[in-house]
Design a protein around this ligand. Structure first.
Ligand SMILES: Cc1cc2nc3c(=O)[nH]c(=O)nc-3n(C[C@H](O)[C@H](O)[C@H](O)COP(=O)(O)OP(=O)(O)OC[C@H]3O[C@@H](n4cnc5c(N)ncnc54)[C@H](O)[C@@H]3O)c2cc1C
Length: 409
């Protein structure tokens, strides 16, 4: 059969594409490498704990269309709605996120050190905006916040040196100026509207984040072939069609998986190698623990470099149906050493993600642009976190899928 579209990957992007494309085209097929759908948005219930095995997932969006889309399949009444409580553990204190707005929560001696550092930042001194991430955060926030929080946290999360990273994803971090930092300290308050995302968030009442994807996927399951990894993609110039794994033929293919993993499957396109080489991602390990806690935190950032993990999630505080002593932590796979785990608690299990974060190495944006432009000419498209190789949350990947289908002619 000649399919109108074959979609590679049945995460939230692939499933959304399938659903929306089916409204316009009769023959859609989704190929999924794993035995289960959902990609990074999968949840498992283990020992009474609701565990999002792809790491900490919360729902919120600036797109009304995405709210309408999600609530159509999992009604709003089936979510709890939370005011975010996220902390940063720094200088042996838990302060609210983001650090720039909450220096006033540190001991007074530390406040003075941090404020002096912020005031002396290079931006305030009129220095030109730098081009790599490490220089940029120093320029913006001063050395103290960088050395004690931003640099170690980002090394832990990304697994690459901040000096090797681009600055095009920085809309993800809060923008607070020197005057605001001082004002918050004097007024001992913060402006929560400075949060870049998730000031408030939705989380399903039943199950975890995976319930959202399962609800969307309900009508799509018959179009998804699980345990089917796309391993060989061949374009026939005469018929202008793709043949995948010598078996599935399509007029159009949409990739929702990391492009660098497809390099061989695409027959090693040497003329694009330098671009494929710039497409990098990291992996994380999600580890579930049991340990009693009484605070109301949803999650906590751990910049301390001597600790393996970088974030902790207090499950019962956002999933009340989950047992009250469940915590899971995220660790970059390169730092993960089972014999030297620094987190204290009763370990239940570990899950390894496949691709977790697309790493914004310098010139990654140019690389993905070249790859997408080349393959668009062959009716092979990229959509979503991996397809567009952008630090997209699920809501943005859904929006990109909506836009793709709307604009496709
Ligand atoms: C730690 C972490 C925290 C996050 N927190 C949030 C959050 O709070 N809120 C939020 O909205 N988003 C969050 N995200 C982002 C969210 O997970 C992604 O935006 C979303 O899951 C992307 O979906 P996707 O379908 O594009 O990719 P994926 O979910 O990665 O799906 C890709 C699918 O392709 C399959 N696949 C791979 N290779 C092949 C192949 N060759 N053939 C066939 N199938 C293949 C994979 O098995 C997978 O199922 C977070 C992500 C991470 C890692």
């Amino acid at each position: 059969m000649l399919h109108d579209f074959i979609i590679i990957g049945a995460g939230v992007t692939g499933i959304t594409l399938c659903k929306l494309l089916r409204e316009k085209f009769p023959n859609i097929l989704v190929l999924e490498a794993e035995s289960e759908i959902g990609g990074l948005c999968k949840t498992k219930v283990i020992n009474g704990h609701i565990l999002d095995i792809g790491g900490g997932h919360f729902f919120g969006t600036k797109y009304d269309e995405v709210y309408q889309y999600i609530f159509k399949y999992l009604p709003k009444k089936d979510f709890n709605y939370f005011q975010r409580v996220s902390k940063i553990n720094i200088e042996n204190t838990d302060i609210d996120y983001p650090i720039e707005s909450n220096i006033w929560q540190l001991p007074i001696e530390k406040q003075i050190e941090y404020i002096i550092s912020v005031v002396r930042n290079e931006e305030a001194l009129g220095v030109k905006e730098p081009k790599n991430y490490e220089q940029w955060i120093r320029w913006k926030l001063g050395n103290k916040i960088c050395d004690n929080y931003m640099i170690p946290y980002n090394i832990k999360l990304w697994g690459v040196e901040p000096a090797e990273m681009d600055i095009d994803w920085l809309y993800k971090i809060p923008r607070v100026n020197v005057e605001e930092v001082i004002r918050y300290c004097l007024e001992k308050t913060q402006d929560v509207n400075k949060y870049p995302a998730h000031i408030k968030f939705y989380y399903p009442k039943d199950g975890g984040f995976g319930s959202i994807v399962n609800a969307i996927a309900e009508d799509e399951l018959q179009y998804i072939k699980t345990d089917t990894k796309a391993e060989k993609l061949v374009f026939d110039e005469n018929s202008k069609t793709w043949l995948i794994n010598d078996k599935y033929r399509a007029k159009n293919v949409i990739n929702t998986t990391p492009w660098n993993d497809l390099y061989k499957s695409l027959g090693e396109p040497h003329h694009l190698k330098k671009h494929f080489d710039k497409i990098k991602y990291n992996k994380i390990v999600v580890s579930l623990y049991e340990k009693t806690y009484t605070h109301n935190y949803h999650w906590r950032y751990i910049p301390n470099i001597t600790e393996q993990h970088h974030r902790e999630f207090y499950i019962h505080n956002f999933a009340p149906a989950s047992k009250n002593n469940g915590i899971y932590i995220e660790t970059n796979i390169d730092r993960f050493n089972k014999d030297k785990i620094t987190f204290q608690g009763r370990n239940i299990c570990h899950f390894e993600t496949k691709a977790a974060y697309p790493i914004p190495v310098i010139s990654h944006a140019d690389a993905i642009k070249n790859i997408l432009e080349y393959y668009k000419g062959k009716n092979l498209f990229g959509v979503g976190r991996w397809g567009q190789h952008q630090y997209q949350n699920a809501d943005v990947s859904i929006m990109e899928a909506i836009k793709f289908v709307r604009d496709f002619t």
